[in-house]
Design a protein around this ligand. Structure first.
Ligand SMILES: Cc1cc2nc3c(=O)[nH]c(=O)nc-3n(C[C@H](O)[C@H](O)[C@H](O)COP(=O)(O)OP(=O)(O)OC[C@H]3O[C@@H](n4cnc5c(N)ncnc54)[C@H](O)[C@@H]3O)c2cc1C
Length: 423
């Protein structure tokens, strides 16, 4: 059995499981506080859900996914072949327990609870990213790009105004744009658009995968170890955590943090905890074409998808598919994104465009809150996973929070809503 301990470590060896954006930020944050860190992933870092997201820091999304409005619109969204919601029938029996909890999470008191907790996390999200990127000399990864939320139907003008008023109450300024002002802001958009809200302070990253590589490079330059292994078993022991890999090898570390995104449920079962975590599948198209770009990330309020200008190309993302970890991607998801983006962008019919397709797994709990906590019975084991559609947005702040818990320091945000045993 190998020992991951290093005599040079001032605070002992910490194993961080999962090298997605949450694990990478957590590993770096722990290093900052003197931990010797081993980051473990079965795949190359940054190639899980963190690879294919829209790169948008969506701090304005403070409503949980389960609300009375979502439930009311769900059947129509599900029946629409190009709709944003998918639930493959063969997965329905397995999804039922999660769906039942999701429906319960739409009760008004539960929505208010999740909204308050998401507001606290999202408010701290961009400053946490700035601290993380400042520290590793990579501030160029974050761009204050602004964001456009667009509507096609003029009937929805009042909806946009009401949304702007509600955002203003949270301190998020927006500007209503119509006609020529909208066309001047984003010339690549089709003329069919009626109006938009512009978020001048919104940020995106230059490219999610590039960001992960940049975090990894800083982690390794600071002496962090990367281990390419699949962890199968976790056993808390006296004074340490034992980790067993898929090929039967064993390691131990003084402490460990599980950041394995949508795959965390099985690992938690190993240590006696049950969490209702679902893999909420999302799809993307990345379009490589120099002449086809946008000035800002753009969200469609009606079609519920996002287009984002990244260094790797123009990325179109969307679809919420309750489909678990093992089904292959469905062609319908890519077709819907092609359909919607062709409605909103000029020039998308160009046959010379190179378009790549990808599907990834968002880690989603019924109340839309992550788990950021310490094991109730094994204090050397901690967790940071379950950031649903907001894992990129919340990665740096989640890392700060879990490392405060690790250090026994009072966290800057009340961690009670993120407890692992809340279900
Ligand atoms: C289409 C799409 C668009 C999105 N757009 C945005 C966006 O614009 N903004 C935003 O904030 N969020 C967005 N998200 C959500 C965001 O991408 C995720 O919430 C986030 O990437 C989750 O990060 P993570 O580190 O928790 O998980 P992951 O990136 O999935 O990383 C988990 C890692 O754990 C590893 N792992 C799992 N099990 C084991 C094991 N047993 N042993 C070893 N390693 C293991 C995996 O290999 C993986 O590398 C989007 C998601 C999708 C799918």
């Amino acid at each position: 059995m190998a020992n991951l301990s290093s005599p040079a470590a001032s605070r002992g060896r910490l194993a961080v499981l999962g090298a997605g954006v949450v694990g990478l930020c957590t590993a770096l944050e722990a290093q900052r506080h003197g931990y010797a860190v081993t980051l473990i992933d079965r795949n190359p870092p940054g190639t899980g859900a963190s690879f294919g997201n829209a790169g948008y820091l969506a701090t304005e999304l403070i409503d949980p996914l389960a609300t009375p409005a979502t439930l009311a619109s769900a059947p129509a969204m599900w029946l629409d072949p190009n709709g944003p919601l998918s639930l493959p029938l063969r997965y329905l029996p397995r999804a039922l327990p999660w769906l039942t909890r999701f429906i319960r999470a739409a009760a008004p008191a539960a929505v208010a609870h999740s909204r308050a907790a998401l507001t606290a996390l999202n408010r701290a999200a961009v400053p946490a990213w700035q601290r993380c990127l400042d520290d590793i000399g990579a501030t160029e990864q974050l761009v204050r790009s602004g964001y456009l939320l667009v509507w096609e139907s003029p009937d929805k003008l009042e909806a946009a105004r009401a949304h702007a008023r509600s955002l203003a109450q949270q301190g998020i300024p927006t500007e209503l744009l119509q006609g020529e002002a909208l066309a001047a802001k984003e010339p690549a958009l089709a003329e069919r658009l009626s109006h938009a809200l512009f978020f001048p302070n919104a940020c995106r990253v230059r490219d999610p995968y590039q960001l992960s590589l940049c975090l990894l490079a800083a982690f390794e330059a600071r002496g962090g170890q990367l281990l390419r292994q699949e962890i199968r078993n976790i056993t808390p022991q006296a004074g340490r955590i034992q980790l067993e890999t898929a090929d039967g090898a064993s390691f131990h570390a003084e402490q460990a943090i599980i950041c394995t995104g949508a795959w965390s449920k099985a690992l938690l079962q190993q240590v006696g905890l049950t969490v209702p975590l679902e893999a909420e599948r999302g799809y993307h198209l990345t379009i490589e074409a120099d002449h086809l770009t946008l000035n800002h990330p753009i969200g469609s309020a009606e079609r519920r998808f996002v287009m984002s200008p990244l260094d790797s190309g123009l990325r179109v993302v969307g679809i919420t598919e309750i489909g678990g970890l093992s089904l292959p991607p469905l062609a319908r998801g890519f077709a819907a994104l092609r359909h919607h983006s062709s409605q909103l962008l000029r020039h998308l019919a160009d046959p010379s465009l190179k378009i790549s397709e990808w599907m990834g797994h968002r880690p989603t709990l019924p109340d839309s809150l992550p788990v950021i906590d310490r094991h109730p019975s094994h204090p050397r084991l901690l967790f940071a996973f379950g950031n649903q559609h907001l894992g990129l947005t919340q990665a740096a702040v989640s890392a700060e929070l879990v490392v405060s818990l690790l250090r026994g320091q009072p966290p800057a945000i009340d961690p009670a809503p993120f407890r692992v045993d809340r279900f």
